[in-house]
Design a protein around this ligand. Structure first.
Ligand code: ATP
Ligand code: FE
Length: 366
């Protein structure tokens, strides 16, 4: 079987075709990132226009690169939730059009589920496993019990780590330096942090230390970093496009505190999984995914935690951590193999901008 996957939930238009063994036959990705960087953020109407302008050609290009036609395709997997409604609608409409025109079933995909399952395409990861999803719109810990059976252990109570990295990078005006002008805020902060001389110059407090659960919070951290930016700008009489001289140290402090928070919560999740026997001793695996998982400092620190707790850690290659069509097609394959969610009555399918990942468990540890 060959599954065609379509992703348009946010600001990337992605398409891929993979077979039921997870071999990628063809993939295409159009990122709107540079347009949104210029606008200082994603404007939903603009994102929708850009998806509309390229969806047809991206699918056509993916088919032709794989020397395939729609007749070769068994089903069309498409992201229907969660995401920006205007963006999601473009993918859904085009998938429905293809589905009707070529009489192919559709497979609805949950974007965060796809981020979690993609690691299984290249690695032998058995259910159940623990997943930490860190991206531009989410931060969550869940136990993945099966293809569409998730138990949510915790999530962010305010914003996501990728979101604060992007906002902090903008407030610091990092993009004004040529070497940072074409990369995401998260990548810019990682690069700047690697050049720090004194990462302990700024003291940022660790969020939620008194809460005995697996939830996250990043808003307070963002506010304190903004405070330090403004304080240093005043101190040095910084005007217009100039940056504060302590930029690298402040990026390092931001990354260190974010990482410590992620580690703290992930450790709690591991303890909870042990106490409640959610993950058997011989199956201890942590998957990390989502755009922020590209960060090597975060990955290395999580690897150390995993060594301590005897977990094996898995991370998809960077291009599969951020949004892409392959993960949607792969989630389609996982469902196809289990014969679930293969839909021919298209009227029953609709988008959902907000959609929790599985049933919530409220962990109380120690
Ligand atoms: P969601 O999946 O929650 O809907 P999204 O799809 O917009 O959000 P992704 O494409 O998974 O998010 O990830 C984009 C985010 O990842 C951006 O916020 C970006 O700053 C961040 N990011 C990318 N590379 C890195 C890195 N090396 N270090 C930290 N953050 C990074
Ligand atoms: Fe995503």
């Amino acid at each position: 079987a060959l599954i065609l996957g379509i992703e348009t939930s946010c600001d990337d238009t992605g398409c891929a075709i993979i077979n039921n063994h997870g071999k990628i036959l063809s993939e295409t990705l159009y990122s709107q990132n540079l347009v949104h960087l210029r606008n200082g953020g994603i404007i939903p109407d603009v994102a929708q226009d850009l998806h509309r302008a390229c969806i047809e050609s991206i699918v056509a290009e993916t088919l032709s690169k794989g020397c395939l036609t729609m007749d070769n395709i068994s089903a069309i997997a498409v992201t229907l939730e969660p995401g920006l409604p205007l963006s999601l609608a473009v993918g859904m409409k085009y998938a429905k059009h293809l589905s009707r025109r070529y009489s192919k079933p559709m497979i609805p995909i949950h974007h965060m589920e796809a981020h979690a399952l993609i690691a299984r395409m290249q690695h032998d990861i058995k259910f159940p496993f623990l997943v930490l999803l860190i991206s531009g719109g989410h931060c969550l810990l869940a136990v993945v019990q099966d293809v569409n059976k998730f138990k949510l252990l915790g999530e962010s109570m305010d914003c996501a780590p990728g979101e604060i990295f992007d906002k902090i990078a903008r407030e610091m005006k990092l993009r004004n330096l040529p070497e940072y002008s074409k990369i995401s805020g998260g990548e810019a902060i990682e690069l700047a942090a690697s050049k720090a001389n004194n990462p302990h110059m700024f003291q940022l407090s660790l969020p939620l230390t008194d809460y005995k659960d697996c939830n996250f919070s990043f808003n307070g951290l963002k506010t304190s970093v903004f405070y330090h930016i403004h304080r240093k700008e005043k101190e040095h009489n910084i005007v217009a496009h100039n940056l504060i001289p302590e930029i690298n140290d402040l990026c390092a402090a931001t990354l260190m505190t974010t990482t410590r928070h992620l580690i703290h919560r992930t450790q709690r999740a591991m303890e909870f999984c042990y106490l409640k026997n959610l993950i058997p001793e011989n199956n201890k695996q942590l998957v990390i995914s989502g755009g922020v998982a590209c960060n090597n400092y975060i990955f290395n620190n999580l690897t150390a935690l995993c060594n301590e707790f005897k977990y094996r850690i898995f991370r998809p290659p960077p291009r599969l951590c951020t949004d892409n069509g392959v993960m949607i097609a792969w989630n389609g394959v996982e469902k196809w193999r289990k014969k679930i969610d293969i839909v021919t009555k298209l009227d029953s399918l609709d988008i959902k901008s907000v959609s929790p990942l599985g049933e919530s468990l409220i962990p109380e540890v120690k």
